[in-house]
Each structure stands twice: as C-alpha cells, then as structure tokens.
Ligand binder design. Structure first.
Ligand code: FAD
Ligand code: FES
Length: 235
C-alpha cells in the first residue's frame, strides 16, 4: 500500500492525487489504482500525471463509483498502486505537439517534463482541451514551451500538423480520430501517436477486455499499448 500525500480538487470533476511510491514510470504509462477490498471488483487504470522516482501523481476525473471513492481519500490514507504498466510514448525530439482532451491531458505533464529533460533542445507545445473550466494550466506552462488552451471547443482546430516533427495525443476517440484525419489530409499521418483509453480488467495482457482493433489485428491496449501509431489504429 502507498501513503497518500495529498488529494485535492482542481476543478468541478477533476482531482490530483499524490502518493509515496518508488518508481521509474515513463510518460504515457499507467497504474492500476485500488482503494477498496471487494467492490468495485476491478482496479481502475489511471495515467501517470507526474513521477519523481519517490512519488507518483494522478489526475483523474470522477465519473463513477471507483473514481468517486478515490476523490474521498485523504492525505495520510492509503492506496494500492500496481504498475507502471503499458508502453510509454516514444522518446522523440525536435518539434513536438502534445494534444490532450479532457482526462486525456493527464499524461502530457510528465511527457513534457521527461522529453525536455532528455532533450533540452526539443520544443514542446501542449494543446489542452477542456469541456468546462481549464485547470492546472500554469503547471503545464512550467514544463512545456507553449501551452494552448481550448475550452468548450475543438482543441484539434488549434493545431497545424505541418509545424511539428511528432504529434502525441490522448483523449476521446472522436477527438483523436479527427486529429488523425487532419494529419492524414496533410500527408503527415506517420507523425501521430495515440494513447487509447479502453476499459480494462487485468491490465497485464491476460484477459482481452481491452481489445483494440488495429491494422495488424486486435491488440491488447494494456500490454501492446496504450500508445500506438495513429496509422495502426485509425489508418
Ligand atoms: C490506460 C488508461 C489510462 C487512463 N488514464 C486516466 C487518467 O489519467 N485520468 C482519468 O480521469 N481517467 C483515466 N482513464 C479512465 C479511467 O480508468 C476511468 O475513468 C475509470 O476506470 C472509471 O472508473 P469508475 O469506477 O469511476 O467509473 P465506472 O463506473 O467504471 O464508469 C463510469 C463511466 O465511465 C466510462 N468509463 C469507464 N472506464 C473507461 C475507460 N477506460 N475509457 C473510457 N470510458 C470509461 C464508463 O463507460 C461509464 O460511462 C484511463 C483509462 C485507461 C484505460
Ligand atoms: S485488461 Fe486484460 S488484457 Fe488488457
């Protein structure tokens, strides 16, 4: 069990939880979180928002029973964390756009931080789409070179794919598909990596609940993903 250091509300529906946990988490990986014994049956997958080797942070939206239980946890309490799981975003450099929508903004704090730390010369633009009020924007400004915020619109409208060497995205499937189509129209689909958020059970490749259709057949989002080439999923 890991000790919770803080768990604060950052907007109407979103919370940011930080817990003690030695880790070597990479951008785009996730953990299975659990704060109950029997019900709900399954642990819940949540992306790593931040990681510093000794602690982990998770940005999560309250959508159902599991996340509601997380939102009631307090500093000093405990949570079970299993991970890091899944494949991270690729370690790219050059001009990089990160496009997140809703809970899909979560992996891009660590992604911007780790890419800039590994490649100080690379340029990271974060495009953040919110359906309600924007939050944590100043935090993203500390790790990215530029932060563009879209509230209640289409964050994909803001981006010009030709301006980037690589584009990473996470969020609602319709948003990621729209971004893929925009890249494809410009002949730039190869630049795009998508992080899929399928429902999960085991989280380690044993059950197929998280099956994702790709150009190369059905893949397990938890083990083969959650990060895939955009062309593999939407091509
Ligand atoms: C790899 C991965 C990373 C994730 N990272 C984050 C994150 O960083 N922050 C965050 O807020 N959420 C994240 N999610 C989604 C999160 O796992 C779900 O919101 C959570 O499991 C819901 O649990 P619940 O018990 O509160 O809701 P439930 O009662 O299980 O479901 C409530 C509603 O949410 C929908 N839902 C549940 N799970 C998912 C899912 N995986 N994808 C889409 N819709 C879902 C259900 O269809 C239902 O409508 C991630 C999911 C995956 C697979
Ligand atoms: S959740 Fe079981 S195989 Fe992915």
């Amino acid at each position: 069990m890991s000790k919770i250091l803080s768990n604060r509300r950052v907007s109407k529906d979103f919370y940011l939880m930080r817990a003690e946990h030695a880790n070597g988490a990479r951008m785009g990986q996730f953990y299975l979180l659990r704060a109950w014994k029997h019900y709900p049956v399954l642990s819940r997958p949540v992306s790593v928002f931040d990681a510093d080797g000794a602690t982990l942070s998770f940005l999560y939206k309250v959508v159902g029973r599991g996340t509601e239980i997380f939102s009631g946890l307090e500093a000093g309490g405990e949570i079970e964390l299993r991970g890091p799981l899944g494949n991270p975003f690729p370690d790219v450099t050059g001009k990089v756009a990160m496009v997140g929508g809703g809970a899909g903004v979560a992996p891009f704090y660590l992604a911007a931080k780790q890419l800039k730390a590994g490649h100080p010369q690379c340029r990271v633009d974060a495009y953040l789409g919110f359906s309600d009020d924007a939050f944590l924007v100043d935090d993203y400004r500390q790790v990215a070179d530029r932060v563009l915020v879209n509230v209640k619109g289409f964050v994909t409208d803001e981006i010009e794919p030709a301006g980037y060497d690589h584009i990473l995205t996470c969020g609602p499937e319709a948003m990621m598909r729209a971004l893929y189509e925009k890249c494809e129209r410009a002949g730039l689909a190869e630049k795009l990596y998508v992080s899929m958020e399928k429902r999960m059970a085991c989280g380690v490749g044993a059950c197929f609940v998280c099956s994702c259709k790709t150009r190369d057949g059905n893949k397990k989002t938890c083990k083969d993903g959650p990060v895939f080439k955009g062309t593999a999923v939407f091509g």
